[in-house]
Write a protein that binds this ligand. Structure first.
Ligand code: NAD
Length: 458
C-alpha cells in the first residue's frame, strides 16, 4: 500500500503551487482525460464485461459517454463559471461592490462503488478537476478488472501529485479516512455513508454522500401502459438491476395491474429473448454474496416472470414478484438486483403514505397522463429526484443536479452542480474609502432610532 500521509502531502504541495487554479490547466487536464478514456474504450468495456457481464452498449452509454459528455459540457462552460460574479449590495454599505467566486477546496477524496465502477469514480473526478482540486480515488475492490484499468489510465495520464488511485477494500478506505482531506465524495451504501460521515467529522471535512434507497415506480390507472412497461423493464433490468436509481419496487393501481404485468412479462421476452441467460444484452450479479442475498428474496412472493438462476455464473433472470407484503424482507432493504416486487394500490393518499414509511428514496417515478396528479406525486414527498413517465434517465441531464436527500444522500453533482460541489463559494465585499458615515461607530447614543429607520428603507 502506498504511504497514504506522504501521498496526501504530495498532493497538497502540488495544490499549493497554484497550478490547478488556472482554468487553462483544468481544461487541458480534462481534455487529456477524455482522450485517455476514448483511447482505452475497448479495454474499459472488456473489464466491465468481465466484472459484471455488462453489455457493450450499456457500458458505453452509462459508463463512458456519461463521463466524456460531462467533460465536453463542463469544458464549454468552465471559463464562465470561474469568473467572479457581481452581486447587488445594500445602500447601507454604500459605497461597495459585492462579488462571489468559486475557488478550489484542495485535495479531494473520492470513494466509489462497484455497480458503475468506472463512471461513478470518474464523473466526480471531472467535477473535482473542473473546480481546480487535486484528487485521490479509491475504487471498489469488488470489480477488480475495472479497478485495475482505471488505475492504469489515471497513472498514465496524470502525475500522482495531481490525481492518483489507491486500490484496496474497506481497510484502505478507513486508512484514508483517518487523514485530513478538503472534501470527501462518497458513493455507496447508506451504512458505509454513516461511517464516512463520522470519520469526516473528526476533521470537519465537508462530505457529499451519494447513497441508495428504495425507489418506487408508480403506475396510475390512466397511464400509457405500453410505454410504462417498456420504460420500467428497461430501467429495472439495465445492469441487471444493479443501479442506484433503478425502480426498486412497483406500485400499480389495482385496475391496471394485470394488464401491466402481462405487458411487462411480454416486454422482458422481447428485450432478452425466451431465455435471458443466453442474451448478450443482460448483465450478471457482481459476486456470489450478492447473488445469495438476492436469491433469498425469491421466496417473498409469487414469481410471475423470470425466477430462474445459476449460481456458478451469477445469473439471475429478470424477475417480477407479485403478492408481496410490505413487511416481507424484499421490501425492507434496497434490492439492488433484477427482482421487481409488485404491490397494488387503490387510493393516492394510501400510496403516498406507504412510500413515506420507507427511508427517503433516491428516486421516484410516476406514470400518468394527468398533469395535476403528476404534480401531486412529484411534490408530495421527499425523494432525491425522478421522472414523470420514465425511469432513471434524469441522471443523464447536465442541467439537472443529481443527488439524494435524507438517508439517500446529501449534496448534488453533474454539470454545474459538480463544479459547485467541489468549490468553495467565496463572497467578497469591496468597500469604497471616500465615504464613511459615523452611524455604526461608538459612541452609539442617539443613533439607534435613525438606524432602525434606515433598515426600513434599505
Ligand atoms: P459500499 O458502501 O459497500 O462500498 C462503497 C465503497 O466504500 C467501496 O469503495 C468500499 O471499499 C468502501 N467501503 C466499504 N466498507 C467500508 C468501511 N467500513 N469503511 C470505509 N469504506 C468502506 O457500497 P457498494 O456495495 O459498493 O455499492 C452499492 C450501494 O451504493 C447501494 O446502496 C447503491 O444504492 C449505492 N449507490 C448509490 C449511487 C448514487 O449515485 N446515489 C450510485 C451507485 C451506488
Amino acid at each position: 500500500m502506498l504511504d497514504i500521509p506522504a501521498q496526501i502531502k504530495r498532493q497538497q504541495i502540488f495544490f499549493w503551487s497554484g497550478k490547478t487554479h488556472k482554468v487553462s490547466f483544468r481544461i487541458e487536464a480534462l481534455q487529456k482525460l477524455k482522450r485517455a478514456i476514448i483511447a482505452n474504450e475497448q479495454e474499459i468495456c472488456a473489464a466491465l464485461a468481465e466484472d459484471l457481464g455488462k453489455p457493450e452498449l450499456e457500458a458505453v452509454i452509462s459508463e463512458i459517454a456519461l463521463v466524456t459528455r460531462e467533460i465536453d459540457f463542463i469544458c464549454s462552460h468552465l471559463r464562465r463559471w470561474v469568473k467572479p460574479r457581481r452581486v447587488r449590495t445594500s445602500l447601507l454599505n454604500f459605497p461597495a461592490r459585492g462579488s462571489v467566486r468559486c475557488e478550489p477546496l484542495g485535495v479531494a477524496l473520492i470513494i466509489g462503488p462497484w455497480n458503475y465502477p468506472f463512471q461513478l469514480l470518474l464523473s466526480p473526478l471531472v467535477g473535482a478537476m473542473a473546480a481546480g482540486n487535486c484528487a485521490l480515488l479509491k475504487p471498489s475492490e469488488l470489480t477488480t478488472r475495472t479497478t485495475e484499468v482505471v488505475g492504469r489510465i489515471i497513472a498514465e495520464t496524470f502525475a500522482p501529485e495531481y490525481v492518483s488511485v489507491m486500490q484496496g477494500g474497506p481497510e484502505v478506505a478507513q486508512a484514508l479516512l483517518e487523514e485530513h482531506f478538503d472534501i470527501i465524495f462518497f458513493t455507496g451504501s447508506t451504512r458505509v455513508g454513516r461511517l464516512v460521515t463520522q470519520a469526516a467529522a473528526r476533521h470537519l471535512t465537508p462530505v457529499i454522500l451519494e447513497l441508495g434507497g428504495k425507489s418506487p415506480a408508480i403506475v396510475d390507472a390512466d397511464a400509457d401502459l405500453a410505454m410504462a412497461a417498456r420504460r420500467i423493464v428497461w430501467g429495472k433490468f439495465f445492469n441487471a438491476g444493479q443501479t442506484c436509481v433503478a425502480p426498486d419496487y412497483l406500485l400499480v393501481h389495482d385496475t391496471v395491474k394485470q394488464e401491466l404485468l402481462d405487458r411487462m412479462t411480454a416486454r422482458i421476452a422481447e428485450c432478452y429473448g425466451p431465455d435471458p441467460q443466453q442474451s448478450p444484452d443482460y448483465a450478471r450479479i457482481v459476486n456470489q454474496a450478492h447473488f445469495d442475498r438476492l436469491a433469498a428474496y425469491l421466496a417473498d412472493g409469487t414469481i410471475v416472470a423470470g425466477g430462474s438462476l445459476d449460481r456458478d455464473t451469477r445469473y439471475l433472470a429478470p424477475t417480477i414478484l407479485d403478492g408481496v407484503a410490505w413487511q416481507s424482507p424484499v421490501m425492507q432493504e434496497e434490492i439492488f438486483g433484477p427482482i421487481l416486487p409488485v404491490i397494488s394500490f387503490n387510493d393516492h393518499d394510501d400510496a403516498l403514505e406507504l412510500i413515506s414509511r420507507h427511508p427517503t428514496p433516491l428516486a421516484l417515478y410516476y406514470f400518468s397522463r394527468d398533469a395535476d396528479k403528476q404534480r401531486r406525486f412529484m411534490t408530495a414527498g421527499a425523494f432525491g429526484g425522478g421522472c414523470v413517465n420514465d425511469t432513471i434517465i434524469h441522471l443523464t441531464e447536465h442541467h439537472l443536479p443529481f443527488g439524494g436527500v435524507g438517508s439517500s444522500g446529501q449534496g448534488r453533482y453533474h454539470g454545474k452542480a459538480s463544479f459547485e460541489a467541489f468549490s468553495h463559494v467565496k463572497s467578497v465585499l469591496e468597500r469604497g474609502t471616500w465615504l464613511d458615515p459615523p452611524l455604526r461607530y461608538p459612541p452609539y447614543a442617539g443613533k439607534l432610532k435613525l438606524l432602525k429607520t434606515l433598515f426600513k428603507w434599505f
